[in-house]
Design a protein around this ligand. Structure first.
Ligand code: PHE
Length: 355
């Protein structure tokens, strides 16, 4: 009994101190391990005189329980301290100012291509693509452009080999050919992309962008062409009314052919689309020439339709008030910061992300 009290007092004292987990484990094994004090006392029970045995056993159990309890409390204390330390360390200080970061801007041409694609996709056009490096056949011959046509002149076309077989496409119209050669009618596609001509001034750059449109089916006429372009221009410029003029023109791959002007006026130094009595040419179009259809093995007696080619950069300049086309491609970061679009704050009619 005396031993028990000694053990109890000694270990109560120890457990009253500040301990870490390994010190507690040590105490545990000192008490309850194979040769621990309490374990040994239990082994001693048999040696104790019978008269005292019962008393001793119950006292031993009490001491055991008490010490175990103290240990448990101590362990929980340590765990709490650890959790609190962790919480303290991982605390997020929301009063800190945000880190400075630079968000890129969407180039006005990319923005415009996205807008054009979404507008046409809503009326059933899908987007087709072709390579910038084209062959002479797709770019000219298949498009009913005879050998002596001025468009083939070295001045306009960047040829890539002396034989003039490979070139940088001068328009997106070869995508018409690629699309029709690869598939069966009906066709209803737009093809936005880069185009190249040897030309440079305030409104011309050697590389520029066009979007081609092609709609071929059994019953497509010029009324559809007019309706489609009228819809597009209104949607693109976000105006209710648009003044449009179809001017007779010539392209080898369309018959009849037209160039389309839209009405505008300058109000307080700003261009207003759809009103006024000034005209601005924005695209070429027409009914696809039967020879083109024959070249791609589409029967012109059964299928017909329209095509158009719109200058994307010019549309972007008009819509976003950019005066010099060359600035588009000079990669001036300050310019892009000013005219570019915040990817998280896109204009209302930009359907690519917001719908
Ligand atoms: N490809 C013509 C150009 O670049 C535009 C066009 C396309 C005209 C389709 C008619 C039909 O000028």
């Amino acid at each position: 009994m005396l031993d028990l009290k000694k053990i109890k007092d000694e270990f109560k004292l120890k457990l009253g101190k500040k301990l870490n987990l390994s010190e507690i484990n040590q105490i545990k094994s000192d008490l309850f391990g194979k040769n621990g004090h309490i374990t040994l006392e239990f082994k001693n029970i048999g040696k104790i005189a019978e008269a005292e045995r019962k008393n001793f056993a119950s006292e031993l159990n009490l001491v055991k329980g008490e010490l175990q309890n103290l240990i448990n409390i101590k362990v929980r204390e340590i765990e709490n301290i650890e959790i609190n330390e962790k919480l303290e360390k991982e605390k997020i200080d929301i009063t800190l100012p945000e880190r400075n970061f630079i968000r890129g801007k969407i180039h006005p041409v990319s923005q415009t291509i996205d807008e054009i694609s979404s507008i046409f996709s809503e009326i059933g056009f899908s987007v087709a693509e072709g390579p910038d490096v084209e062959n002479e056949y797709n770019n000219f011959t298949a498009l009913n452009t005879p050998d002596n046509h001025p468009a083939r002149d070295m001045h306009d076309t960047f040829y890539l080999d002396p034989k003039k077989e490979k070139l940088l496409r001068t328009h997106t119209s070869p995508v018409q050919i690629r699309t029709m050669l690869n598939d069966k009618p009906p066709f209803k596609i737009i093809a936005p992309g880069r185009t190249y001509r040897s030309d440079s001034d305030q409104t011309h750059t050697p590389m520029f962008h066009q979007v081609e449109g092609l709609h071929i089916d059994t019953d497509i006429n010029m009324g559809h062409l007019k309706g489609c372009l009228n819809y597009f221009i209104k949607e693109f410029f976000e105006v209710k009314n648009i003044k449009m003029r179809f001017r007779p023109s010539h392209f080898p791959f369309t018959e009849p052919s037209a160039e389309v002007d839209i009405g505008y006026e300058i109000k307080n130094g700003k261009i207003v689309i759809g009103e006024g009595d000034k005209w601005l040419e924005i695209l070429g179009c027409g009914m696809v020439h039967p020879n083109v259809l024959k070249n791609v093995k589409v029967n012109p007696d059964k299928f017909q339709g329209y095509a158009f080619g719109i200058g994307i950069d010019r549309l972007a300049m008009l819509k976003y008030g950019i005066k010099d086309l060359r600035a588009f491609f000079e990669c001036d970061y300050r310019w892009l910061n000013h005219f570019g679009f915040d990817p998280l704050d896109v204009p209302t009619n930009y359907r690519g992300l917001s719908r």
